[in-house]
Design a protein around this ligand. Structure first.
Ligand code: UT7
Length: 330
Protein backbone atom coordinates (compact mmCIF):
# COMPACT_ATOMS: atom_id res chain seq x y z
CA UNK A 1 0.00 0.00 0.00
CA UNK A 2 1.35 3.46 -0.86
CA UNK A 3 1.54 5.80 2.09
CA UNK A 4 1.70 9.16 0.39
CA UNK A 5 -0.06 11.17 -2.33
CA UNK A 6 2.38 13.48 -4.13
CA UNK A 7 1.22 16.67 -5.81
CA UNK A 8 2.53 16.08 -9.33
CA UNK A 9 0.70 18.82 -11.24
CA UNK A 10 -1.02 22.11 -10.55
CA UNK A 11 -2.91 24.80 -12.40
CA UNK A 12 -5.37 27.65 -12.12
CA UNK A 13 -8.34 29.05 -14.00
CA UNK A 14 -9.52 32.61 -13.46
CA UNK A 15 -12.09 34.70 -15.34
CA UNK A 16 -10.98 37.06 -18.10
CA UNK A 17 -12.80 40.09 -16.69
CA UNK A 18 -10.96 42.24 -14.13
CA UNK A 19 -13.01 44.42 -11.75
CA UNK A 20 -11.01 47.11 -9.95
CA UNK A 21 -11.82 48.82 -6.66
CA UNK A 22 -12.69 51.96 -8.63
CA UNK A 23 -15.20 49.92 -10.65
CA UNK A 24 -16.92 48.82 -7.40
CA UNK A 25 -16.87 52.38 -6.07
CA UNK A 26 -19.24 53.22 -8.93
CA UNK A 27 -21.79 50.72 -7.53
CA UNK A 28 -21.57 51.16 -3.73
CA UNK A 29 -20.33 53.86 -1.35
CA UNK A 30 -16.69 52.78 -1.02
CA UNK A 31 -13.25 53.77 -2.27
CA UNK A 32 -10.05 52.23 -3.58
CA UNK A 33 -8.31 53.70 -0.54
CA UNK A 34 -10.70 52.05 1.98
CA UNK A 35 -10.57 48.65 0.29
CA UNK A 36 -6.77 48.63 -0.06
CA UNK A 37 -6.14 49.84 3.50
CA UNK A 38 -8.63 47.49 5.16
CA UNK A 39 -8.10 44.39 3.02
CA UNK A 40 -5.09 44.71 0.67
CA UNK A 41 -7.32 43.95 -2.34
CA UNK A 42 -6.81 45.99 -5.54
CA UNK A 43 -8.85 44.00 -8.05
CA UNK A 44 -10.68 40.72 -8.52
CA UNK A 45 -11.84 38.54 -11.45
CA UNK A 46 -15.54 38.09 -12.20
CA UNK A 47 -17.04 35.56 -14.61
CA UNK A 48 -18.65 36.75 -17.84
CA UNK A 49 -19.99 35.23 -21.05
CA UNK A 50 -19.96 31.43 -20.93
CA UNK A 51 -17.66 31.18 -17.90
CA UNK A 52 -18.96 29.27 -14.87
CA UNK A 53 -17.75 27.34 -11.85
CA UNK A 54 -17.09 24.23 -13.94
CA UNK A 55 -15.33 26.04 -16.80
CA UNK A 56 -12.88 27.65 -14.34
CA UNK A 57 -12.32 24.32 -12.56
CA UNK A 58 -11.86 22.49 -15.88
CA UNK A 59 -9.26 25.02 -17.07
CA UNK A 60 -7.32 24.61 -13.81
CA UNK A 61 -7.67 20.81 -13.99
CA UNK A 62 -6.50 20.65 -17.61
CA UNK A 63 -3.31 22.55 -16.75
CA UNK A 64 -2.69 20.42 -13.67
CA UNK A 65 -3.06 17.20 -15.68
CA UNK A 66 -0.77 18.48 -18.41
CA UNK A 67 1.91 19.38 -15.86
CA UNK A 68 1.58 15.97 -14.21
CA UNK A 69 1.85 14.30 -17.61
CA UNK A 70 -1.30 12.23 -17.08
CA UNK A 71 -4.03 11.40 -19.59
CA UNK A 72 -7.79 11.40 -18.90
CA UNK A 73 -7.72 7.59 -18.67
CA UNK A 74 -5.22 7.81 -15.78
CA UNK A 75 -7.58 9.69 -13.43
CA UNK A 76 -9.53 7.49 -10.99
CA UNK A 77 -11.48 10.26 -9.25
CA UNK A 78 -12.28 13.92 -9.62
CA UNK A 79 -13.20 15.91 -6.53
CA UNK A 80 -14.40 19.51 -6.66
CA UNK A 81 -14.41 21.65 -3.52
CA UNK A 82 -17.03 24.37 -3.97
CA UNK A 83 -20.13 25.88 -2.39
CA UNK A 84 -21.08 27.71 -5.58
CA UNK A 85 -21.80 24.85 -8.00
CA UNK A 86 -22.95 25.34 -11.59
CA UNK A 87 -26.28 23.81 -10.58
CA UNK A 88 -27.81 22.13 -7.48
CA UNK A 89 -27.69 18.88 -9.46
CA UNK A 90 -25.43 17.33 -10.73
CA UNK A 91 -22.27 17.84 -8.72
CA UNK A 92 -19.85 20.21 -10.43
CA UNK A 93 -17.31 17.37 -10.36
CA UNK A 94 -19.51 15.53 -12.88
CA UNK A 95 -19.37 18.53 -15.21
CA UNK A 96 -15.59 18.72 -14.90
CA UNK A 97 -15.41 14.96 -15.48
CA UNK A 98 -17.38 15.34 -18.73
CA UNK A 99 -15.49 18.45 -19.88
CA UNK A 100 -12.09 16.79 -19.44
CA UNK A 101 -13.17 13.35 -20.68
CA UNK A 102 -12.29 11.62 -17.39
CA UNK A 103 -14.58 8.76 -18.30
CA UNK A 104 -13.17 6.27 -15.79
CA UNK A 105 -13.32 8.68 -12.88
CA UNK A 106 -15.77 8.76 -9.97
CA UNK A 107 -16.87 12.33 -9.28
CA UNK A 108 -18.17 14.21 -6.26
CA UNK A 109 -18.17 17.64 -4.61
CA UNK A 110 -17.09 18.76 -1.16
CA UNK A 111 -18.71 21.82 0.42
CA UNK A 112 -16.39 23.31 3.04
CA UNK A 113 -16.37 26.93 1.81
CA UNK A 114 -12.98 28.64 2.21
CA UNK A 115 -11.48 25.52 3.81
CA UNK A 116 -12.47 23.44 0.77
CA UNK A 117 -8.97 22.89 -0.61
CA UNK A 118 -7.51 21.71 2.71
CA UNK A 119 -10.54 19.47 3.30
CA UNK A 120 -10.31 18.16 -0.28
CA UNK A 121 -6.58 17.49 -0.03
CA UNK A 122 -7.18 15.49 3.14
CA UNK A 123 -10.02 13.44 1.64
CA UNK A 124 -8.17 12.80 -1.62
CA UNK A 125 -4.97 11.76 0.18
CA UNK A 126 -6.95 9.41 2.42
CA UNK A 127 -8.59 7.79 -0.61
CA UNK A 128 -5.17 7.22 -2.16
CA UNK A 129 -3.78 5.89 1.13
CA UNK A 130 -6.59 3.36 1.45
CA UNK A 131 -5.99 2.14 -2.10
CA UNK A 132 -9.36 3.38 -3.39
CA UNK A 133 -7.63 5.49 -6.04
CA UNK A 134 -4.15 5.93 -7.51
CA UNK A 135 -4.60 9.29 -9.22
CA UNK A 136 -7.04 12.01 -8.21
CA UNK A 137 -7.77 15.39 -9.76
CA UNK A 138 -8.72 17.84 -7.00
CA UNK A 139 -10.21 21.16 -8.07
CA UNK A 140 -11.13 23.95 -5.65
CA UNK A 141 -13.26 26.74 -7.03
CA UNK A 142 -15.82 29.34 -6.13
CA UNK A 143 -17.82 31.93 -8.02
CA UNK A 144 -18.65 34.39 -5.27
CA UNK A 145 -19.85 37.03 -7.72
CA UNK A 146 -23.13 35.11 -8.02
CA UNK A 147 -23.86 35.01 -4.29
CA UNK A 148 -22.69 38.43 -3.07
CA UNK A 149 -25.13 41.27 -2.74
CA UNK A 150 -23.74 43.95 -5.05
CA UNK A 151 -25.58 46.57 -2.96
CA UNK A 152 -23.78 45.54 0.27
CA UNK A 153 -20.43 47.27 0.62
CA UNK A 154 -19.56 45.15 3.67
CA UNK A 155 -19.17 42.08 1.48
CA UNK A 156 -19.12 42.84 -2.26
CA UNK A 157 -15.66 44.44 -2.15
CA UNK A 158 -14.06 41.33 -0.66
CA UNK A 159 -14.73 38.48 -3.04
CA UNK A 160 -13.84 37.22 -6.51
CA UNK A 161 -14.12 34.17 -8.74
CA UNK A 162 -11.40 31.61 -9.44
CA UNK A 163 -10.22 28.01 -9.46
CA UNK A 164 -7.10 26.03 -8.73
CA UNK A 165 -6.38 22.33 -9.16
CA UNK A 166 -3.82 19.69 -8.30
CA UNK A 167 -3.16 16.12 -9.43
CA UNK A 168 -2.38 13.72 -6.59
CA UNK A 169 -0.56 10.45 -7.28
CA UNK A 170 0.26 7.49 -5.07
CA UNK A 171 3.89 7.17 -4.02
CA UNK A 172 5.91 5.51 -1.28
CA UNK A 173 8.11 8.61 -0.91
CA UNK A 174 7.20 11.31 1.63
CA UNK A 175 5.62 13.94 -0.64
CA UNK A 176 2.25 15.67 -0.60
CA UNK A 177 0.22 15.80 2.60
CA UNK A 178 2.30 15.04 5.70
CA UNK A 179 -0.27 16.10 8.28
CA UNK A 180 -3.64 17.82 8.46
CA UNK A 181 -5.93 19.20 11.13
CA UNK A 182 -9.56 19.93 10.21
CA UNK A 183 -12.25 21.54 12.33
CA UNK A 184 -15.75 22.98 12.23
CA UNK A 185 -18.26 24.77 14.45
CA UNK A 186 -21.77 24.62 13.01
CA UNK A 187 -23.13 26.57 15.97
CA UNK A 188 -21.62 29.73 14.46
CA UNK A 189 -23.16 29.31 10.98
CA UNK A 190 -24.86 32.71 11.34
CA UNK A 191 -21.50 34.51 11.11
CA UNK A 192 -21.06 33.68 7.43
CA UNK A 193 -23.98 32.21 5.53
CA UNK A 194 -26.44 32.25 2.67
CA UNK A 195 -29.77 31.88 4.43
CA UNK A 196 -32.12 31.00 1.58
CA UNK A 197 -31.97 28.69 -1.41
CA UNK A 198 -31.92 25.35 0.38
CA UNK A 199 -34.65 23.12 1.77
CA UNK A 200 -35.21 24.99 5.02
CA UNK A 201 -35.77 28.29 3.26
CA UNK A 202 -36.56 27.86 -0.43
CA UNK A 203 -35.90 30.84 -2.69
CA UNK A 204 -38.97 32.96 -3.22
CA UNK A 205 -39.68 34.61 -6.53
CA UNK A 206 -38.83 38.01 -5.09
CA UNK A 207 -35.86 39.91 -6.50
CA UNK A 208 -35.75 42.09 -3.36
CA UNK A 209 -35.33 39.12 -1.01
CA UNK A 210 -31.70 39.56 0.06
CA UNK A 211 -31.63 36.28 1.96
CA UNK A 212 -30.35 34.67 -1.24
CA UNK A 213 -27.05 36.51 -0.74
CA UNK A 214 -24.01 35.88 1.39
CA UNK A 215 -23.96 37.76 4.70
CA UNK A 216 -21.02 38.02 7.07
CA UNK A 217 -20.18 39.44 10.46
CA UNK A 218 -16.78 40.67 9.29
CA UNK A 219 -15.32 41.73 12.63
CA UNK A 220 -16.21 38.49 14.41
CA UNK A 221 -15.04 36.29 11.52
CA UNK A 222 -11.77 38.28 11.44
CA UNK A 223 -11.01 37.47 15.08
CA UNK A 224 -12.00 33.81 14.83
CA UNK A 225 -10.08 33.39 11.55
CA UNK A 226 -6.83 34.65 13.08
CA UNK A 227 -7.20 32.42 16.13
CA UNK A 228 -8.44 29.39 14.15
CA UNK A 229 -5.65 29.53 11.58
CA UNK A 230 -2.96 30.10 14.19
CA UNK A 231 -4.11 27.22 16.40
CA UNK A 232 -4.70 24.72 13.60
CA UNK A 233 -1.34 25.63 12.02
CA UNK A 234 0.48 24.82 15.24
CA UNK A 235 -1.50 21.58 15.63
CA UNK A 236 -0.72 20.49 12.05
CA UNK A 237 2.98 21.20 12.61
CA UNK A 238 3.00 19.22 15.85
CA UNK A 239 1.23 16.34 14.11
CA UNK A 240 3.96 16.32 11.44
CA UNK A 241 6.65 16.45 14.16
CA UNK A 242 7.92 19.67 12.65
CA UNK A 243 8.65 23.18 13.83
CA UNK A 244 7.97 26.51 12.12
CA UNK A 245 11.61 27.04 11.23
CA UNK A 246 11.42 23.97 8.96
CA UNK A 247 8.63 25.59 6.91
CA UNK A 248 9.86 27.21 3.69
CA UNK A 249 6.60 28.94 2.78
CA UNK A 250 3.18 29.55 4.32
CA UNK A 251 0.30 29.64 1.85
CA UNK A 252 -2.69 30.96 3.77
CA UNK A 253 -6.29 31.45 2.72
CA UNK A 254 -6.41 34.84 0.99
CA UNK A 255 -9.23 36.79 2.65
CA UNK A 256 -7.60 39.91 4.07
CA UNK A 257 -3.96 41.02 4.20
CA UNK A 258 -4.49 42.18 7.80
CA UNK A 259 -5.58 38.65 8.81
CA UNK A 260 -2.39 37.23 7.28
CA UNK A 261 -0.25 39.88 9.01
CA UNK A 262 -1.90 39.09 12.36
CA UNK A 263 -1.16 35.36 11.91
CA UNK A 264 2.46 36.13 10.97
CA UNK A 265 2.81 38.21 14.12
CA UNK A 266 1.29 35.53 16.36
CA UNK A 267 3.50 32.83 14.83
CA UNK A 268 6.48 35.17 15.04
CA UNK A 269 7.28 34.65 11.35
CA UNK A 270 8.37 37.35 8.89
CA UNK A 271 5.59 38.31 6.49
CA UNK A 272 7.96 37.47 3.59
CA UNK A 273 7.52 33.80 4.51
CA UNK A 274 3.82 34.10 3.50
CA UNK A 275 2.69 33.98 -0.11
CA UNK A 276 0.11 36.71 -0.76
CA UNK A 277 -1.72 37.34 -4.03
CA UNK A 278 -5.11 38.56 -2.76
CA UNK A 279 -4.36 42.02 -4.16
CA UNK A 280 -5.18 40.64 -7.63
CA UNK A 281 -7.95 38.12 -6.91
CA UNK A 282 -9.67 39.04 -3.64
CA UNK A 283 -11.15 36.16 -1.69
CA UNK A 284 -12.04 33.31 -4.07
CA UNK A 285 -13.02 31.03 -1.16
CA UNK A 286 -11.93 27.44 -1.93
CA UNK A 287 -9.89 28.72 -4.88
CA UNK A 288 -7.42 30.87 -2.94
CA UNK A 289 -4.88 28.28 -1.79
CA UNK A 290 -4.42 26.31 -5.04
CA UNK A 291 -4.32 29.55 -7.05
CA UNK A 292 -1.65 30.85 -4.65
CA UNK A 293 0.29 27.55 -4.87
CA UNK A 294 0.25 27.73 -8.67
CA UNK A 295 1.47 31.34 -8.72
CA UNK A 296 4.06 30.66 -5.99
CA UNK A 297 5.49 27.77 -8.01
CA UNK A 298 5.53 29.83 -11.22
CA UNK A 299 7.30 32.74 -9.51
CA UNK A 300 9.97 30.56 -7.90
CA UNK A 301 8.73 31.32 -4.37
CA UNK A 302 7.82 27.64 -4.09
CA UNK A 303 10.36 25.02 -5.12
CA UNK A 304 10.70 21.26 -5.43
CA UNK A 305 11.03 19.61 -1.99
CA UNK A 306 9.89 22.72 -0.07
CA UNK A 307 7.90 22.19 3.11
CA UNK A 308 4.72 24.28 2.98
CA UNK A 309 2.14 25.15 5.61
CA UNK A 310 -1.41 25.65 4.30
CA UNK A 311 -4.05 27.24 6.52
CA UNK A 312 -7.66 28.20 5.88
CA UNK A 313 -10.79 29.42 7.65
CA UNK A 314 -14.31 30.18 6.47
CA UNK A 315 -18.04 29.58 6.37
CA UNK A 316 -19.49 26.76 8.43
CA UNK A 317 -17.57 27.70 10.37
CA UNK A 318 -14.82 25.46 9.01
CA UNK A 319 -11.05 25.56 9.25
CA UNK A 320 -8.07 23.44 8.37
CA UNK A 321 -4.29 23.48 8.24
CA UNK A 322 -1.89 21.11 6.53
CA UNK A 323 1.82 20.53 6.16
CA UNK A 324 2.81 19.39 2.69
CA UNK A 325 6.04 18.56 0.91
CA UNK A 326 5.95 20.11 -2.53
CA UNK A 327 6.88 18.53 -5.82
CA UNK A 328 7.32 15.23 -7.60
CA UNK A 329 9.01 12.20 -6.03
CA UNK A 330 12.48 11.58 -7.50
O1 UT7 B 1 -13.01 33.83 3.84
C1 UT7 B 1 -13.12 33.87 5.23
C2 UT7 B 1 -14.18 34.76 5.63
N1 UT7 B 1 -13.95 36.15 5.52
C3 UT7 B 1 -13.02 36.82 6.19
O2 UT7 B 1 -12.10 36.27 6.73
C4 UT7 B 1 -13.20 38.30 6.32
C5 UT7 B 1 -13.05 38.74 7.75
N2 UT7 B 1 -13.32 40.14 7.97
C6 UT7 B 1 -12.64 41.15 7.39
O3 UT7 B 1 -11.79 40.96 6.55
C7 UT7 B 1 -12.90 42.56 7.87
O4 UT7 B 1 -13.65 42.52 9.06
C8 UT7 B 1 -13.65 43.44 6.82
C9 UT7 B 1 -12.73 43.78 5.68
C10 UT7 B 1 -14.88 42.72 6.34
C11 UT7 B 1 -14.09 44.77 7.47
O5 UT7 B 1 -12.95 45.44 8.00
P1 UT7 B 1 -13.03 46.06 9.46
O6 UT7 B 1 -11.76 46.77 9.70
O7 UT7 B 1 -13.41 44.95 10.39
O8 UT7 B 1 -14.17 47.14 9.30
P2 UT7 B 1 -15.52 47.26 10.11
O9 UT7 B 1 -16.47 46.17 9.74
O10 UT7 B 1 -15.17 47.42 11.55
O11 UT7 B 1 -16.07 48.63 9.55
C12 UT7 B 1 -15.38 49.86 9.76
C13 UT7 B 1 -16.13 50.97 9.07
C14 UT7 B 1 -17.63 50.95 9.34
O12 UT7 B 1 -18.06 52.30 9.45
P3 UT7 B 1 -18.33 52.93 10.91
O13 UT7 B 1 -19.37 52.05 11.53
O14 UT7 B 1 -17.02 52.87 11.62
O15 UT7 B 1 -18.80 54.31 10.57
C15 UT7 B 1 -18.20 50.35 8.08
O16 UT7 B 1 -19.53 50.79 7.81
O17 UT7 B 1 -15.98 50.85 7.65
C16 UT7 B 1 -17.27 50.87 7.02
N3 UT7 B 1 -17.23 50.05 5.83
C17 UT7 B 1 -16.86 50.53 4.63
N4 UT7 B 1 -16.48 51.76 4.22
C18 UT7 B 1 -16.13 51.91 2.93
C19 UT7 B 1 -17.51 48.74 5.71
N5 UT7 B 1 -17.30 48.32 4.45
C20 UT7 B 1 -16.91 49.43 3.76
C21 UT7 B 1 -16.55 49.65 2.41
N6 UT7 B 1 -16.17 50.89 2.05
N7 UT7 B 1 -16.54 48.66 1.49
Amino acid sequence: MSVYAAITGWGMGVPVKIVTNDDIAKIVDTSDEWIQTRTGIRERRIISGSESTSTLASAAGRDAMQMAGVTPADIDMVIVATFTPDRPLPATACQVQAALGLNRAAAFDIAAACSGFVYGLTVATSLIQTGMAKRILLCAVDVLSHVVNWQDRNTCVLFGDGAGAVVLEATDQPYGLLSAVLGADGRREDLLMIEAGGTCMPLRDDPHDTRRYLTMNGREVFKLAVRGMEESSLSALAKANMTLDQIDLVVPHQANRRIIEAIAERLNLPIERFFINLDRYGNTSAGTIPIALTEAAASGALKQDDYVLLTAFGGGLTWGSAVIRWGKPS
